[in-house]
Design a protein. Sequence first.
Length: 196
Amino acid sequence: MSVSIAGTNPPSSAAGAAAAGQRPMIRSILIACSGNAVEWFDFFAYAFTALYFAPAFFPSGDTTSQLLNTAGIFAASVVISGLCSLLAMGGAVMTVPFMLRWRIPMIQAIGTAAAVGFPIAVGGTAGYIASGWGLSMPRWTLGFVYLPALAALTCASVLAAPLGARIAHRLPEGPLRMIFSGLLVLLAGRMVGNLW
């Protein structure tokens, strides 16, 4: 039989409450560590394979410049992914202008951005599910992902992708650049408008 003074908790319940309060913190630390582990795996995989694919992408014959160019591409991808995460926008918004800067044709830049967009979206969705797992959320959510919206966006993307590819292949590069630039201006205007 335990005796407690009014206004105090028995030692066993205080310890249990402290342990229960630490569970969300430990869970958050584990989720953050798993994200860092994936990021470091990407870093080491890229660094290891850079020795092998640098000559294919930068065939100058100078090994040092090939590796420096490969390291520069990796640094740009880290900056682009970080900014896109902070600004809550798709990676293509910054990937396409980056590739255009390096004189990659517009149609190839759009195709490459679309190809890398899918694994980025899958990883982001998995991260939002893991981050919100176990929290009290509204119906039809899995973590921080609202499943009807996920289904609608997925269907719209799958249905619109062939149409977008056809339009991109039929338009000359100049108008295609203007359309993309206009979309970037609209996005920037919306972001500035959200500040107030």
